[in-house]
Write a protein that binds this ligand. Structure first.
Ligand SMILES: [Zn+2]
Length: 102
């Protein structure tokens, strides 16, 4: 049991009554990022084909939910962004910590 009101998870509020939900209560696990069945890339790593097991495994950013407190439906739209960057060289200590012993 976590301490009250110290969570840092994003909270989704019912637009009707203000009841709060965590994303994991509204979204099915994996529904936001999807679960690809088959991904085909060309020789340069560019994705040229993608397929999902079922429609439910495709990324779904919009979810319909009925509030458990006021019993009114509302729509939740997730915004997910991904960033990729090269690792910073100074954070890679794997070769700098080799010490030579006499
Ligand atoms: Zn509500």
């Amino acid at each position: 049991m976590k301490t009250l009101n110290t969570h840092k998870s994003p909270v989704i509020r019912c637009p009707h009554c203000g009841a709060e939900y965590l994303p994991g209560e509204i979204y099915m696990p994996g529904s936001i990022i999807g679960q690809p069945d088959e991904v085909v890339r060309d020789c340069l790593g560019k994705i040229i084909y993608e397929d999902y097991y079922k429609e439910t495994r495709e990324p779904s950013m919009v979810e319909r939910f009925t509030c458990e407190y006021c019993d009114k439906p509302f729509v939740v739209e997730a915004t997910v962004t991904y960033k990729s960057k090269e690792e910073e060289p100074e954070k890679d200590f794997s070769s700098k910590y080799v010490s030579l012993l006499d």
